[in-house]
Design a protein around this ligand. Structure first.
Ligand code: DP6
Length: 332
């Protein structure tokens, strides 16, 4: 088969980390300094159509109908990993659409690179195993590895001949524990400092960074055990701890990274009040001001109503847990 005419369309969902990744053991190879545990969301979707075209001199990346040249170097580096495996040099047109705000702490790069590697693997017919595709996506963006899988997903670090290596695997199917997620969108603008830059600043300047790294393995083990026994209270407790520890280490960078706004803090307070009232909900927040409330299914409607009423919350997005990145259409 000629890969030149091949095209494929893949979909992927963002994931949100309950045990957070923040910091790199190796910036060149993009090896995370800590393991992480996430849930994949079905309510937000990236759709990526990729076509290898022998007439193209360079890869082209179109996001939401507009050429996005600032992303093209990262797209090319990621596609090069697959082209090397397939032994082809053909460039590609990549058209990607998100049905949610881009670059606002909703992990659009995670779903974007997950969809990209799946589409390229199909179009090039490289037949790479999912865990290895996750590793290719990880080199583009650490959190993207997790969107290759559905449900509850863990990135663990193991010592190998080439130093520490991350490995991504599913811990639990989405149907095994169908939690809901309510995203309270408090700002749709792009964030001031992206994750990659924020991590570098934190590693270099926060006096608490080593404490963050040293304590994260125990948090990961505790969260994995909570997921395996479907223990919501235990998962709530350790997830909020991981989130607040990550923001503490961000805040202690120089200059400090403040990703929250007033509505973010109000949502945290409301979620804590609800949980004290016996409602099954906890919060998590990434490198942006949106609040993600993870809920037991019976609590989701109430949580959506309560967070929607918090001043400064502009939009509520609801989601269940979803599947990993997958092909929806292929030609050639
Ligand atoms: C706060 O995966 O975006 O969302 O590897 O540099 O691309 P790079 O970083 P990225 O960082 C995600 C950080 C986070 C926490 C998480 O998702 O675990």
């Amino acid at each position: 088969m000629s890969p030149n005419a091949a095209e494929a369309t893949a979909v992927a969902h963002p994931n949100i980390a309950l045990i957070k990744y923040w910091g790199k053991a190796d910036a060149v190879r993009n090896i995370p300094a800590v393991g992480s545990l996430s849930i994949t969301l079905d309510g937000l979707t990236t759709t990526t159509r990729l076509r290898f075209d022998p007439d193209l001199g360079a890869d082209r990346f179109v996001l939401g109908g507009r050429r996005a040249p600032e992303m093209e170097a990262r797209v090319t580096s990621c596609l090069d990993l697959l082209r090397q495996r397939a032994d082809v040099e053909t460039r590609a047109l990549v058209e990607s659409d998100n049905d949610f705000p881009t670059a606002a702490g909703l992990a659009s790069s995670a779903s974007g690179f997950a969809a990209l590697v799946v589409a390229a693997d199909r179009a090039l017919r490289t037949g790479i195993a999912t865990a290895d595709l996750a590793d290719l996506a990880r080199q583009a963006s650490g959190s993207a590895a997790r969107s290759l899988f559905g449900g509850f997903v863990e990135v663990s670090l193991t010592a190998g001949a080439r130093g520490v290596m991350p490995r991504t695997k599913q811990v639990l199917e989405p149907s095994a524990w169908p939690l809901g997620v309510v995203v309270a969108v408090t700002d749709t603008g792009p964030k001031d400092v992206g994750s990659t830059e924020g991590m570098v600043r934190t590693e270099r300047t926060s006096p608490y960074y080593s404490a963050w790294v040293d304590s994260s393995g125990a948090d990961l083990a505790e969260a994995r055990a909570a997921v395996e026994r479907l223990d919501f209270e235990a998962l709530a407790d350790i997830s909020e701890l991981s989130c607040l520890k990550m923001h503490a280490v961000m805040l202690s960078a120089r200059p400090g990274l403040v990703y929250w706004n007033g509505a973010t803090v109000e949502c945290i307070r409301r979620i804590r009040e609800l949980r004290a009232d016996g409602v099954g909900v906890f919060f998590t927040i990434d490198a942006g001001p949106q609040v993600k409330a993870v809920c037991l299914p019976e609590a989701q409607n109430r949580v959506a109503t309560e967070l929607g009423a918090v001043p400064g919350v502009g939009r509520i997005i609801e989601s269940g847990l979803g599947d990993g990145a997958r092909i929806v259409e292929a030609v050639g």
